[in-house]
Write a protein that binds this ligand. Structure first.
Ligand SMILES: *Cc1c(COP(=O)(O)O)cnc(C)c1O
Length: 404
């Protein structure tokens, strides 16, 4: 494998984001292919037995087995680390594999984890149900309240976990303030940055230690494959994450890594267009006056507008809505949509709407859902790349048929 300039971290970290997204982490085989090659190989052969032994001790650089490392995955990981400004990155088979690896790799029985309670349903399962099964205590708090983080800290607290903006309520967490509390107490801060994307928000610049992504969302962003990524310091990766990942195997397929490399090439353009569309759609929906709630972090009436705009360069691609009339009215609205699909993904080129209480957050207890503001009338709209006027017209015709 020949190195290209894309492999020279010193050089590529000076590049602007757009150049990094297209060329960061790239290396070429001796054939000189312009596109990143897809290495669909489970293993790698050695010239001699001595080489095999040297690869396994780490004396010789190179690949051994794709559960441990694969060249296509390495290109995706190096590009992710570069755009996040992280020392190191490891890809995973899905976003949930990234969350689970980042958490399970660092805790042991007797530890205590503090987490925001507004989380994606599966993230909530990991911290609320899975960790306690292995003797790790968890405290769930209102992550918007900085003092709640401080008050939840115990002598055995080792990790904070949070999403900002959170799925689906869009609650925003003060990353700098929460990280400061963590570091005064030797606590590792893990941030799920899926809703903000690496284009809008850089949690590590505000103190986060570990950042996780579902690459399924905006990074692929075209509905093709699952993937995830954990970003951290070199020491967290080597000492904590890799021993867990190498031996448990939540490994990404080289095919999916290749798809995600292609996704990164256009990430900035897609996310920017989605945010502009979402802002237009949110304003139009608020003007309709039929929703009991239109939450969008980029609108001045968003309760945490100032904090959202301090931490993110744009308002994001997701809008939270609420209709009067509970589940029945919400389902009527979904069923009246013509362009926007009923689907629970986010960050896709296609606009998608879901009813969190019956889908993504169905596994969260009804009282816990209400505590989060996930009512029976709540809907989550992920705004895609269609023309915003078509999306607004689709919403208006659906509202006329279903709500008015
Ligand atoms: C979708 C999502 C995940 C899980 O990602 P998968 O790729 O579906 O496993 C985790 N966190 C958040 C905030 C998400 O939206």
């Amino acid at each position: 494998m020949k190195r290209t300039t894309g492999q020279d971290r010193k050089k590529t970290s000076q590049w602007r984001l757009q150049t990094q997204l297209v060329r960061g982490g790239t290396y070429r085989s001796e054939l000189g292919e312009t596109n990143e090659a897809m290495f669909m190989s489970s293993g790698f052969a050695y010239d001699c037995a001595e080489d095999a032994a040297a690869r396994f001790t780490g004396e010789q650089d190179g690949y051994t087995y794709s559960r441990l490392r694969n060249p296509t995955l390495a290109m995706f990981e190096d590009r992710m680390a570069l755009i996040e400004g992280a020392e190191a990155a490891r890809s995973t088979a899905s976003g949930m594999a990234a969350v689970t690896a980042a958490m399970l790799s660092q805790v042991k029985a007797g530890d205590h984890v503090v987490s925001g309670r507004a989380l994606f349903g599966s993230c909530r399962y990991v911290v609320e149900t899975l960790l306690p099964r292995f003797g790790v205590e968890t405290t769930l708090i209102d992550a918007r309240d900085v003092t709640a983080w401080k008050e939840a800290v115990r002598p055995n607290t080792t990790a904070f976990f949070l999403e900002t903006p959170a799925n689906p309520t869009l609650d925003v967490v003060d990353l700098q303030a929460v990280s400061d509390i963590a570091h005064e107490n030797d606590i590792t801060v893990v941030v799920d940055n899926v809703f903000a994307t690496p284009y809008l928000q850089k949690p590590m610049e505000m103190g986060a230690d570990v950042v996780v992504y579902s690459a399924t969302k905006h990074i692929d962003g075209q509905g093709r494959c699952l993937g995830g990524c954990v970003l951290s310091s070199e020491s967290f990766l080597e000492e904590t994450l890799l021993p867990f990942m190498r031996n448990t195997g939540p490994t990404l397929s080289p095919f999916n890594a290749w798809v995600l490399l292609k996704g990164l090439e256009t990430l900035d353009m897609r996310v920017e267009r989605m945010c502009n569309n979402a802002a237009r759609v949110a304003d139009a929906l608020a003007d309709l006056g039929v929703f009991t709630r239109v939450s969008y972090p980029g609108r001045k009436d968003f309760p945490q507008y100032d904090l959202a705009m301090k931490q993110m360069s744009m308002g994001g691609s997701v809008i939270a809505l609420e209709v009067d009339g509970g589940r029945e009215a919400a389902f009527r609205l979904l069923n009246a949509l013509d362009i926007i699909d009923i689907s629970n993904n986010v960050g896709d080129a296609k606009s998608l709407m879901t009813h969190p209480a019956s889908t993504t957050h169905q596994s969260v207890a009804p009282e816990a859902r209400l505590e989060l503001g996930i009512t029976e009338g709540m809907l989550r709209l992920s705004v895609g790349l269609e023309h915003p006027d078509d999306l607004i017209e689709d919403m208006i015709q659906a509202v006329e048929r279903a709500v008015k």
